[in-house]
Design a protein around this ligand. Structure first.
Ligand SMILES: [Zn+2]
Length: 338
């Protein structure tokens, strides 16, 4: 069974023992876009025993430029990213468990999603979710690997709870709502997330085999500007609200929004925490007279008032072609209800 992994067990720091550790490990990946597809693919191929892939989106044509696990067929089938990733990766390695979970990660569910993980990987595109991952990592003492990429630049850092600086030691949480760059306005060239994701994967493997060589710096690069930098981090910040003072604001739901603009999509997501699972059959009955209805096992598409909305079974929805969060919430409330 180790023939499959012979090229990596030859590496002294991994060896047969390390490979066994990988096989007994679980990695939770939050977000399966440009970063996540590379990370998921690498972890599955490396033989990590269980890889959980959590993502809220479905696949669109403009994803194919950089999200390596997906193809045109997935777009035509309206597949959620987590499901398509699971299907493709189960065909790559049947020795391990690949679990695709279609869900928005938020303060009500993150603990449950990552509690069995030995490492958490950041494949998200927003600061709010990263602060949430940071909080849960501190609470459950699970290391995580931050990664971010946009335009031609990428950045990564590894967080070992209460040992290295946490994400909030570096970035104050209060700024999370500030509108930053998005993939839509700044664009993204595939090399930037791919390099970032490869570095994140190496960190995850080091953590899982118990290597001493974990990266303790902030790595920052620009593939177009030919810049590769390591920024030395000056230890943990004793004033850090999270790892210093034990305030897990994001996990406690103190900073939670019910609507979010989706990076690069000109769409708004509406969240309905605590909502019971929606029956698409019943919803179709209800909405057929109000507009155009179309659904499959995973998603429900509704068109009305020249507006498109995608609804998922957990009650979450994406209102397309708008960045107006108030309008999106009103549109959702009008047709799906609260
Ligand atoms: Zn901290």
């Amino acid at each position: 069974m180790f023939e499959r992994y012979s090229r990596q067990t030859v590496i002294t720091e991994i060896g047969i023992e390390g490979q066994k550790k990988l096989g007994n490990s679980c990695a939770a990946l939050i977000g399966c876009g440009a970063l996540g597809t590379v990370i998921a693919s690498a972890l599955v191929r490396a033989g990590v025993g269980k890889v959980k892939i959590v993502d809220r989106d479905f696949i669109e044509f403009h994803n194919l430029q950089r999200q390596i696990l997906f193809d045109e067929n997935d777009v035509r089938q309206n597949l959620p990213k987590a499901i398509a990733a699971e299907r493709h990766l189960m065909a790559v390695n049947s020795d391990i468990i690949v679990q695709g979970i279609v869900s928005d990660v938020n303060y009500t569910n993150i603990e449950n999603l990552v509690k069995d993980a030995n490492v958490i990987l950041d494949g998200t595109d927003n600061l709010e979710t990263r602060f949430l991952i940071n909080d849960v990592s501190l609470k459950l003492k699970i290391p995580w690997v931050y990664g971010g990429a946009i335009d031609t630049v990428g950045m990564t850092m590894t967080i070992i709870p209460y040992e290295t600086p946490c994400f909030r030691c570096i970035i104050p949480g209060e700024v999370y709502g500030a509108k930053g760059l998005t993939c839509e306005t700044a664009g993204v060239i595939s090399s930037a997330p791919w390099i970032t994701a490869s570095l994140q994967t190496a960190e995850a493997l080091k953590i899982l085999v118990g290597s001493e060589k974990i990266n303790r710096d902030l790595i920052d690069f620009d593939v177009w500007g030919n810049r590769f930098k390591r920024l030395k981090l000056s230890g943990r910040n004793s004033d850090c609200p999270a790892c210093g003072q034990g305030r897990l604001d994001f996990l406690d739901g103190r900073f939670t929004t019910r609507t979010t603009q989706l990076c690069g999509q000109n769409s708004v997501q509406v969240l309905a925490p605590g909502r019971q699972e929606i029956s698409f059959e019943n919803l179709a009955e209800r909405l057929r007279s109000a507009g155009k209805v179309e659904y499959n096992e995973f998603m429900f598409r509704f068109l009305a008032d020249s507006r498109e909305m995608i609804i998922f079974r957990d009650g979450r929805a994406i209102v397309k072609d708008t960045d107006d969060e108030v309008y999106a919430k009103a549109f959702y409330t009008k047709y799906v209800g609260t």
